[in-house]
Write a protein that binds this ligand. Structure first.
Ligand SMILES: Cc1cc2nc3c(=O)[nH]c(=O)nc-3n(C[C@H](O)[C@H](O)[C@H](O)COP(=O)(O)OP(=O)(O)OC[C@H]3O[C@@H](n4cnc5c(N)ncnc54)[C@H](O)[C@@H]3O)c2cc1C
Length: 465
């Protein structure tokens, strides 16, 4: 990058906030999807909306690509500077500006960590319902860009259902307000369009979020099954019975064993082929009959053992084990690839069986932990990159798994986004006309494709290739 551009950026936000030395920029060469790496020309540490607008205006003037970045926990290469240019780091914008219990809203900067919002609001009886397993570290900006999901999104909806309005700096450097704090804002639902746009429409600099009342009571059941199929069928039966649990999470035996071998051991039954964590919440009086019905359903699906967490400590232990399960998978392998897909819930058991068959045929060890209630599958392919051809074998198997999900009526990603991981696979699901319609929409917000180029669309649709 030309020195004159760097000088303008230094002037705009202070030289100490522009990192351009290789030993500084290398830390931003990837997110949590470590298959692709690209080093940015410079990293900008931004503190507020006006700085964000100023640097984007400079980038536009000189046609330099730029990529917003929250905490960098994304699993689809979304925050990766594929074409060099600038990484705009938003983690310093971490103020909770307002908590408004009367209207059940919070106004937050994009770098606020998801869990911090819940920590700040729970003493008042509220929380932020979307709870990705990364909630201890991922940012609100990243959550809304990816439309993050989590165990409790089954009942309460994904991030998009919890964003009321947004302030954003578009790819031109213009500041816009999307939506409003009052209900039924007239005009197009631009908040709905921005959420899930994976950082390709601009940078969210402020969000008004919906707060959810903490439930009066919670009951968490742990059910152990002798087969994955039985556990998946139990999921469909529970939902078909009319009960909507707050969460319905599945772990297979490999995952159970790696959690139990880790510091987050949760007392999970290591001999079960699969466990279901079923959480009920709501009015205390309603939970007992629902729990009884669930016990009956699970028993009818060859559940070996089912019990209710005896106290809050045991409940939290179960959730800690679940939420740290991806991390615990690192104990089993040198490298891993986490696939993310979603299928209609009633196809879950057939698809899960096919996914394991694909892994077996390819000679790849598989572990699974997923939001079963949403039909959201997360096969974790365990491998060793240093072995000749193993990485390609894993990628091929992961793509075959996606095809099975799509053939079953599912889609390419349940929550991690397309990013630069799956952009070349968009043709598996969308026609040229579908992609062209999406591209026209992107060009309204981001006409020159400077904002996060090389993401979502196959490379033939990207100007920067
Ligand atoms: C162990 C682990 C568990 C995970 N569990 C889940 C899970 O349960 N559910 C789930 O959905 N995801 C999960 N993830 C993936 C990841 O945490 C989420 O996608 C999260 O929302 C990313 O947030 P982030 O702040 O790290 O964003 P980043 O990785 O920094 O960025 C993600 C995308 O958001 C864009 N972006 C970031 N900030 C902004 C902004 N202010 N304005 C516009 N665009 C922006 C970036 O350009 C990029 O495209 C998990 C990841 C890990 C490592």
């Amino acid at each position: 990058m030309e020195n004159s551009i760097l000088d303008q950026l230094r002037q705009a936000i202070g030289a100490e906030n522009v990192l351009a030395e290789p030993e500084q920029t290398i830390a931003y060469e990837c997110d949590s999807f470590a298959f692709h790496r690209h080093t940015p020309d410079a990293v900008l540490l931004l503190s507020n909306r006006d700085e964000t607008a100023r640097v984007i205006q400079i980038a536009c003037r000189h046609r330099v690509p730029f990529v917003p970045r929250g905490a960098g926990t994304g699993l689809s290469g979304g925050a990766l500077p594929r074409h060099g240019g600038l990484v705009l780091t938003l983690s310093r914008m971490k103020k909770i500006r307002e908590i408004d219990f009367e209207n059940r809203q919070a106004v937050v900067e994009p770098g606020v960590i998801n869990m911090e919002l819940t920590n700040a609001t729970s003493p008042g009886g509220y929380y932020f319902a979307p709870d990705p397993s990364s909630q201890m570290v991922s940012s609100i900006g990243g959550n809304l860009a990816e439309n993050a999901g989590g165990p409790h999104c089954f009942k309460y909806g994904m991030t998009t259902n919890h964003v009321v309005s947004l302030e954003a700096v578009l790819a031109s450097g213009q500041v816009v307000q999307l939506g409003s704090r009052t209900a039924d804002c007239p005009g197009y639902d631009l908040v709905g369009i921005f959420v899930g746009s994976e950082g390709t429409f601009g940078v969210a600099t402020l969000a008004v979020l919906k707060l959810t009342r903490l439930p009066q009571a919670v009951k968490t059941l742990l059910a152990a099954f002798s087969s994955l199929r039985g556990a998946c069928d139990a999921v469909s039966r529970i939902i078909a019975s009319g009960i909507i649990p707050a969460a319905l999470e599945m772990m297979d035996q490999r995952t159970i064993r790696s959690v139990e071998a880790s510091v987050n051991r949760a007392g999970l039954p290591v001999n079960a082929e699969a466990v279901l964590i079923i959480e009920l919440d709501g009015l205390a009086a309603a939970l007992e009959p629902q729990a009884e019905a669930i016990v009956q359903i699970c028993r009818s699906q060859h559940c070996q053992e089912i019990h209710v967490a005896r106290n809050e400590e045991e409940r939290l232990k179960i959730w800690k084990g679940r939420k740290q399960a991806f991390g615990a998978a690192g104990r089993m392998t040198r490298d891993l690839y986490l696939q993310d897909a979603v299928v209609p819930r009633n196809r879950l058991s057939d698809v899960v069986v096919r996914v394991y068959e694909i892994a077996d045929r390819a000679g790849i060890r598989l572990a699974s932990v997923f939001h079963a209630g949403d039909g959201n599958l997360h096969p974790i392919l365990l491998f060793d990159r240093s072995k000749d051809g193993e990485e390609q074998r894993v990628l091929n198997a992961a793509q075959e798994m996606l095809q099975v999900c799509i053939d079953a009526g599912g889609t390419l990603s349940g929550e991690h986004g397309i990013g630069s991981e799956k952009n070349e696979l968009m043709d598996m699901l969308f026609s040229e006309a579908d992609l062209a319609a999406m591209k026209r929409l992107r060009s309204v917000f981001n006409p020159d494709d400077l904002c996060n180029p090389g993401k979502i669309f196959p490379s033939r649709h990207c100007r920067f290739f």
